[in-house]
Design a binder for this molecule. Structure first.
Ligand SMILES: [Zn+2]
Ligand SMILES: [Zn+2]
Length: 331
């Protein structure tokens, strides 16, 4: 039975089979013409059935969903979007920065795979591992029925669907370039997607589609939420919680500790992203034992920290024989 987190506003629970995250938490927001569903789970029969059952528990069907708001286009949030659109014609709404990924990841990935191979070589991934890591995300493509958005958001909009809840869109890049959160100022609740979770931190990766300074973007996005008055945080995984500011502080601290750990690994030498990633103590296990997808995520997360440190003037980046390595700026 869905949980009523505010009068008429429900938290659903959709399973993510064979995944440590367990489930995704979509939200149903009431409006004049029906409901807006925020995120939807990936495209598996179990997830689709769970969603249908939860709607039925509320005496609803897919026909009652008029809009589908997507925090970002990762498979666990966007996977079922195409199927839901097909079933009920709901309007699909995402941030404009996520739109480009629909084609390059889910429809025509060939170019991206080539860029990924070059990227992995540049960051010191051993030749025998490049092929494996390059295509590590291809398996999840089957979990997504891609659909183009009917409408895109930029951040700053107030979404008024006629009901008592009017959510303001906050653009929060970092975990994904077009990630968005939704804040309701009257009821002081915020839907945080993957941006802020109660006890795990989302992957923030530097990768071929997210250059620049993703960790810097992420930390700035956390700061953007700091001044909000919030009594309840509604994330897309784990469970809802109350202390947003406390959690924001913990996450910032986590990344600073991670940076210190990486400076220590680099020491006086010059290290590739791969070398640093394989020596970090990850909460979920050791690098060698990770499946290819996790190894690539760990490398992306490492590079996000190293590139942040370069931007901060703490590290220098050099390139030798086509391979990039990082060293202390003072050394
Ligand atoms: Zn995500
Ligand atoms: Zn997620």
């Amino acid at each position: 039975m869905p949980k009523e987190v505010l009068p008429g506003l429900y938290q659903l629970k959709v399973p993510i089979p064979n995944n440590p995250l367990g489930w995704v938490l979509p939200y149903l927001i009431p409006g004049d013409d029906g409901y807006t569903l925020v995120d939807c789970g990936w495209n598996t029969p179990e997830a689709f059935d769970a969603l249908e059952t939860e709607l039925r528990d509320l005496s609803l069907t897919f026909a009652d969903i008029k809009r589908l708001l997507i925090t970002h286009v990762h498979p666990d949030h966007y996977g079922l979007a195409g199927r839901i659109k097909e079933v009920c014609g709901a309007q699909v709404i995402i941030h404009q920065r996520e739109r480009d990924f629909i084609r390059s990841r889910y429809k025509e990935p060939e170019q991206l795979l080539e860029r990924m191979a070059t990227f992995l070589n540049e960051h010191g991934v051993p030749k025998e591992e490049v092929d494996e890591l390059k295509s590590a995300a291809m398996a999840v493509r089957g979990l997504v029925v891609p659909v183009e958005p009917d409408e895109v958001l930029w951040g700053g909009e107030t979404l008024d669907f006629g009901g008592e809840y009017k959510f303001v869109v906050y653009w929060t890049p970092g975990h994904s370039p077009g990630h968005i959160c939704f804040y309701e100022p009257t009821h002081r609740v915020i839907l945080t997607g993957d941006h802020v979770l109660p006890s795990i931190t989302p992957n923030v990766s530097y990768h071929p589609q997210q250059r620049g300074n993703p960790l810097g973007d992420y930390l700035a996005s956390l700061q953007r939420l700091e001044s909000l008055e919030v009594v309840k945080v509604l994330p897309a995984h784990q469970e809802d919680f109350t202390d947003l500011r406390g959690r924001l502080r913990e996450i910032v601290q986590h990344h600073h500790e991670r940076l210190d750990e990486m400076y220590a690994i680099i020491g006086d030498g010059c290290a590739t992203g791969y070398h640093v990633a394989s020596n970090v103590v990850w909460a979920t296990g050791t690098f060698d034992t990770f499946a290819p997808f996790m190894r690539r995520a760990a490398l992306g997360e490492t590079l996000a920290h190293l590139e942040y440190a370069v931007q901060e003037g703490r590290l220098h980046q050099t390139r030798e024989n086509g391979v990039i390595c990082y060293k202390q700026a003072s050394g």
